[in-house]
Design a protein around this ligand. Sequence first.
Ligand code: NAI
Length: 483
Amino acid sequence: MKIAVAKGDGIGPEIMDAVIKIFDANQVKLEYEYVEMGKWVFDKGFSNGMTPEAQRTIEDLGILFKGPMETPKGKGVKSINVTARKTWNTYANKRVFQTLHGVDTVFSKAGIPIDITIVRENIEDTYGGVEHLLTQDVALSRRFITRPGSLQVIKYAFDMAKKKKAKRITCGHKANIMKLTDGLFLDCFYEVAKEYPELKSDDKIVDDLAMKMVVRPDEFDVVVLTNLQGDIISDLCAGLVGGLGFAPSANIGDHIAIFEAVHGTAPDIAGKNIANPTALLLSGLALLRHVGLMENAAIIENALLYTLEQGIHTGDFGNRATSSANTTQFADAIIGNFGKQPQHGAKELLPNHPVPHTMFKLEHNLMMETKETQQERIVGVDMFIASDEQPEVIAQKCLHHGGIKFKLISISNRGTQVWPTGSKYTNLVNQYNLRFEGLNNQSLNQLDIIGLYVSLCADFKICSIELLNMWGDKRGYSLAQGQ
Ligand code: NAI
């Protein structure tokens, strides 16, 4: 069985070499095809951070084991990590956080066991990275939450929870504020929950979830979230079990799966051979189980647990009074402990049942679509304009633009209504949303909208427009605060 391997940037090559050394020492029957991906590939001029050969290899083999890869903050190239997850539709990011004996935390010291699996939606949300500057002062990000995308990841979470005999599955969200986006995700959650009556399903608003996870982490089992909230909550969970050095992740899709640690390239310690390889090793063990190499996975995991129980540690955790092992020494200690049984959490030795990963070729991109059952109607339009004038002045100018089709019903600034009612205490930025609806509730078409656009252009710079749609009696847009 062959898999693609990308060592990554920063500490990536050091921890990947350590993990492959452990696999080789355990005679793991995998062949590795090393591919070119990462910051250094961007630097060679490949705009998506990987060579065409790397893409071909990964699409042929279907499994990628990758080290962390660097992304510049606030400028420069897009994240190769996110590009890989999105390009290959690895819609479910599974992250397992368990108490590891030998890794002291406030919870382990208090005897509170933690076993939480986060399933984070991996493709949508603000990670679409679709952002625009509407004015020099105002940046806008589009947040995509889709019904098919949500159903896909939520079904995965329920299936996985059922297989692992979970007691509870919780949806984290912010549907009280983001009623359409998070509201859709939450609706999908309860729609899927109906098919799994044996599982206790509930939901928590994400801020409350964060607090409860810190106070009583043992009450949680499987938690499914949208992308950004899932990213943050899973780092919180990493903190509960001892830090990022212990947080593995698997990005699962229908065709391609990517296994990687949650942490990044740790530039502060790169090149020193002191990084903790545990998170990447745990991700590698998830990979071995994914391809049916159960016995190898159990022997290596037991050796890892035994090593941690011995108090052997890298510099980022463990007893500060004892000297720390470097990356290579830590890997060698694990190899030396093959065949040993840890006192806590020993894994059962199941036989290997290799499951060759067969890729079937896709001829087209798959369209995931819910058939519309309700009649769609355009009832208005949001015109986003650049302006530093007062709301009343803008409203006055709009009077002669509506014509016989439109009426201006609201002006908002950063989502808060400032006309026809509002407060002088609402600070403004130089970008407004003018909300027009059809006069006398009449339906509109796209040409009507263009007519209004052309008319408004005489007075305003329009930065963006958004249609106001109704599906049956369901409103497809949010109201402004105070509208
Ligand atoms: P980071 O995870 O690289 O580092 C955060 C802190 O944790 C640092 O103090 C680091 O030394 C420590 N740390 C992380 N992994 C460790 C390990 N295995 N052993 C010991 N200590 C470890 O996060 P940061 O600094 O925000 O990001 C650095 C770069 O990594 C950025 O370019 C970022 O975009 C990228 N990144 C890549 C990811 C991926 O490839 N999946 C995920 C997260 C960040």
